[in-house]
Ligand binder design. Sequence first.
Ligand SMILES: [Zn+2]
Length: 245
Amino acid sequence: MPANWPAPVTPSGWPLTESWTDDALGAVIVPETAATPFTHGCRPGDLLSVPIKHGEGCYVADDTTLCEIEARGQVLFRYVDASGEPTPEANPNGSLRSIAGVMNAGHNVFGLMPHPEHAVEAIVGGGEDGRRLLGSLIDALKADGADTSQIVAALGPSIGPCCYLIDESRAKMLRRLGDHVRERQGGIVFDLWSANLTQLESYGVRDIEVAGICTKCGGRDLWSYRARDAEGRYGTQLAFLGRPP
Ligand SMILES: [Zn+2]
């Protein structure tokens, strides 16, 4: 952002990232501890490469708060360079003290800026380091007595097999995931919905609802990068994880 621009204000009140660039697509983060449900599949000092995709929002807090959360061990991840140092250059959004993820005081609620859910399958890009975090969570749930057959899952709107055109080289890779690549009207499409469904079933999840709403052709209320290209907006979904009391 040009240095002489006024400080931007966003509707959310979050400051825009200080050093956002279009090619800032990934960050390296390092866990401070493995003794949490979120990171016990990692070791302290492990460098995880995780995509970032936010244009606004960096971690800010006053000095007192920063000192308190550090003292209580609530900082779980920091942005670091390839040698594990939290340098300013390795910090993609100007977060104070290079903080990428924090926990609550009880260490059982965790907020993270980068996106581990976009680093779970190398075939679709982003690497697979995100599995370390998501796998830690699943293992922690199982260790606490969770039964995957009791999990209810919902797959929200995303690009559908009606619109997910891919080329032959991508199709060749994706065929390894199972029978989710289809020939259609002279082109090749990927059925992301059936691929996700099969993956969840392989973990023992039985109760799965698929919205079946395509974000590309499903109407103007939905946002699709493929349909609209970069237009200064983006689409997002919220997910909730919980269990009955
Ligand atoms: Zn469609």
